[in-house]
Design a protein around this ligand. Structure first.
Ligand SMILES: Nc1ncnc2c1ncn2[C@@H]1O[C@H](COP(=O)(O)OP(=O)(O)OP(=O)(O)O)[C@@H](O)[C@H]1O
Ligand SMILES: [Mg+2]
Length: 257
């Protein structure tokens, strides 16, 4: 589903690479959780996969198609298969819930409709179906600004689903939520992806969460992958490799659920 070969990236005005020679192969339907301390390169990796960032070197294939060395039009098409969910929700706050969810349908709009700015009945049907799926059908006409954080992230999930993606990339999707909502939102996201066979790649800060929601864990440090395996195979030594000093573990949640 996602194949990454020797990917490196250095931001402008930086002397160190944010990603160093990353190679990774994610299969369809996997739930991959990326962990690592702040600055280890999690967001940069996710943004490269979605081509929000153009990597300096290396190759990325989505369903076999090269998304680095291709024209913008093709990249747009491939990007359409990938939905992204962000920590800060990235919703249009002053717009209604349904309008935000409909934005996930933009890639399905004909040129004429795009010019007219009108979504089809089918677009509305899909948007409402996904709002229902995340339990917000009653809130369709509310302004996003009037919702709680947990509700906002559920709107973002409904928008992501309306794109009918094969892959969802979620960059710390629950970091702005309180612990109860963190679990609720992650449970929902994981359940939907499992049901629909969507490949999920999420970055998460807490170990407990990583183990609970990942069928596979990728540990990053200084732009490289230092662990790649099943949650049960993550040893204390691996955790030290990923996060550094043992004393810092409590920050990331050493114990399991
Ligand atoms: N837009 C940018 N311009 C310059 N350097 C950047 C930019 N974004 C990230 N970096 C640098 O790239 C490295 C990796 O950052 P990245 O945001 O990918 O880390 P992260 O693992 O997502 O961290 P966090 O857990 O804090 O979100 C860091 O050294 C960071 O300072
Ligand atoms: Mg980040």
């Amino acid at each position: 589903m996602i194949k990454i070969k020797n990917l490196s990236h250095m931001y402008k005005n930086r002397s160190e690479e944010a990603l160093r020679n990353i190679s990774l192969h994610v299969k369809k339907g996997e739930s991959v959780v990326i962990i690592g301390s702040s600055g280890s390169g999690k967001s940069t990796l996710l943004k490269c996969i979605n081509r929000l960032i153009e990597p300096r070197t290396g190759k990325i294939f989505i369903e076999g198609e090269d998304i680095v060395n291709c024209h913008e039009k093709k990249a747009e098409k491939i990007r359409g298969k990938v939905s992204m969910i962000f920590q800060n929700f990235n919703l249009i706050e002053r717009n209604t819930v349904i309008d935000n969810v409909l934005n996930g349908r933009l890639k399905y709009m004909s040129t004429v409709r795009t010019i007219l700015g009108r979504f089809s009945r089918e677009d509305y049907r899909v948007a409402r179906e996904n709002l229902k799926r995340v339990g917000l059908e009653e809130n369709a006409e509310d302004r996003v600004s009037s919702l709680s954080g947990g509700q906002k992230q559920r709107v973002a999930i409904a928008r992501a689903l309306s794109q009918r993606p094969d892959i969802i990339l979620a960059d710390e999707p629950v970091s702005n939520l309180d612990p109860k909502l963190m679990k609720e939102v992650m449970d929902l996201l994981k359940k939907i992806c499992d049901e629909k066979g969507i490949t999920l790649v999420t970055s998460l800060h807490f170990l407990d969460f990583a183990k609970r929601y990942g069928s596979r864990i990728i540990g990053m440090k200084n732009g490289t992958i230092v662990f790649d395996g099943k949650p049960v195979d993550l040893t204390e030594k691996d955790i030290v490799d990923i996060y550094g000093k043992t004393e810092d573990w409590y920050l990331y949640g050493k114990t399991g659920f």
